[in-house]
Design a protein around this ligand. Structure first.
Ligand code: BG6
Length: 486
């Protein structure tokens, strides 16, 4: 199968940080079809050779084991090409078309690794130049819009030019091996399904913590915030994977139909719940990995009086028969104590106690997403207390621990590598449908409106901590605590 992969934003951050390393890994693993061209597209006047050198230089910043040796790069570089293109100039799209028509590849992928503000222009220009052929697939990076209306406007323009099955909306969390394992745990094993419901589960916690700050993306982040950057997409997709009904098949739409139902069942926000069940914070100065770090408002590109949230904690419920009344807690933030993404499923305690158990002890399933990918099942076991009556024998917590990185280490495929290959092969399972996105925007929008430009309720937290204490107070109102407090 032959393909042309056109990377709009071809000299940008995303291309050299994520896409090129992922494409190179696929090349190295032998999974990238060899009959392919990767065409970087940007405004600078570069030759193919200059573009290859630029990419080669950038590889010097990639982790050592993911960096090509000179020979390897030479072979990979033969796939790399460059096309100068000003996104708003119709004649430049004509030149791109000529280049693509040199060989009529079976599949043409247009990857929009540009600012989302340009998606509409690019799609209109592609359609005007006749570059929206049936062989074309279009890949859109998040965030798609900054609210429901702008998301709809972008989707309308894209759908005007491309059919839904040609549109690949990326949420790279869906490509992570750990998220694949979450699906496998639920839908490839029968063990947990009878327990996966309100009768047995007390609460579910989703944490995506980052120790990094906003890095070089201060200006972008300041107009985005954690709710748009992480919750509307990554965190809600995790909630979908946790709460959805088993799909009738592994078809893309069978999976997406079930995720959509979850998003539509999220309990809508009211003025009262926004006040009590949503916490936002912004990091101040602090210490991360032993180094002092500056406050968010001192970061380059960030307004000195910014009210943008860098931390969000939410409590929600899913209004359906399986989940009614079970709190789902979501928490994400920058400059937290560690890079740590995990899900905790807290089961209800045994209904009748004949043992003495530590206070609050119950079974718990921890799904570790990163930095390690694995499962921990927390059980209670009998210690060494012999010769005492049952009720005097204390139970102790023990863990069954499965480390998928250790088990499958060398066979693992990174998120972007997997997703890029899926696009080239035309598999939509791990991409987000427009109605899912709309439902997610609809749900977060009351929070966005309540928080916009409003400093009241924005809590400061020290960089390197687990966020504002209000997040602990929020979860404590239900009688629970976050995993690191347990
Ligand atoms: C991106 C966000 O979508 O996800 C970033 O825009 C965030 O702000 C990143 O850092 C986190 O991804 P990962 O794969 O490092 O958890």
């Amino acid at each position: 199968m032959s393909f042309d992969l056109v990377l709009f934003g071809g000299t940008g951050d995303l291309v050299w940080r994520k896409l090129m390393p992922a494409l190179f890994q696929a090349f190295r693993h032998g999974t990238l079809p060899r009959d392919g061209r990767i065409i970087g597209v940007a405004r600078d006047g570069l030759s193919d050779e200059q573009y290859r050198r630029l990419i080669e230089d950038r590889f010097a910043r990639v982790e050592l084991d993911k960096r090509p040796g000179p020979d390897e790069f030479g072979r990979f570089a033969q796939m790399l090409h460059y096309q100068r293109l000003d996104l708003s100039r119709p004649e430049d799209y004509g030149a791109l078309k000529e280049r693509l028509q040199q060989r009529h590849a079976d599949t043409v992928v247009m990857y929009l690794a540009t600012s989302p503000a340009l998606f509409t222009t690019v799609c209109e220009q592609l359609a005007a130049a006749g570059l929206n052929t049936p062989a074309t697939r279009i890949v859109l990076e998040k965030p798609l819009g900054h609210d429901l209306a702008s998301n709809r406007a972008i989707n309308d323009t894209v759908r005007h030019a491309f059919a839904e099955q040609q549109i690949f909306r990326i949420d790279h969390y869906l490509g992570k091996p750990s998220v694949q394992n979450l699906f496998a745990l639920r839908f490839g094993n029968a063990l947990f399904e009878p327990l996966w419901r309100r009768e047995t589960i007390a609460n579910i916690q989703v944490t995506i913590a980052e120790d990094l700050g906003v890095e070089k993306r201060g200006a972008f982040y300041d107009s985005t915030g954690a709710l748009r950057d992480m919750v509307q997409n990554h965190a809600l997709q995790l909630v979908c994977a946790l709460a959805m009904e088993p799909p009738i098949s592994s078809d893309a739409d069978a999976i997406r139909d079930e995720k959509l139902k979850v998003l539509r069942s999220l309990r809508p926000w009211t003025g009262e719940s926004i006040g009590q069940q949503a916490v936002r914070g912004q990091y101040g100065t602090g210490t991360v990995r032993g180094e002092p770090v500056r406050a968010y408002r001192q970061e380059a590109g960030v307004a000195p009086d910014s009210t943008t949230e860098t931390f969000v904690a939410l409590r929600t419920e899913i209004a359906n028969w399986r989940w009614a009344g079970v709190p789902f807690f979501i928490r994400t933030g920058k400059r937290l104590a560690a890079r740590d993404a995990h899900i905790v499923i807290n089961f209800r305690p045994a209904p009748h106690a004949i043992y003495r158990a530590p206070l609050g002890a119950a079974n718990r399933l921890v799904i570790n997403l990163q930095p390690r990918d694995g499962l921990e099942l927390h059980l209670l076991a009998q210690g060494q207390q012999q010769g005492r009556p049952l009720q005097a024998q204390p139970l102790v917590p023990v863990h069954l621990n499965l480390d998928f990185d250790q088990r499958f280490g060398s066979q693992r495929v990174g998120a972007y590598e997997r997703l890029l290959l899926d696009v080239i092969d035309g598999r939509l399972n791990l991409f987000v449908r427009s109605d899912e996105q709309e439902a997610a925007w609809r749900w977060v929008e009351p929070l966005l409106d309540a928080w916009a430009g409003n400093e009241a309720g924005l809590r400061a937290y020290a960089a390197g901590s687990w966020g504002p204490s209000a997040a602990s107070a929020m979860i404590a109102r239900d009688g629970f605590c976050w995993s690191e407090e347990q």
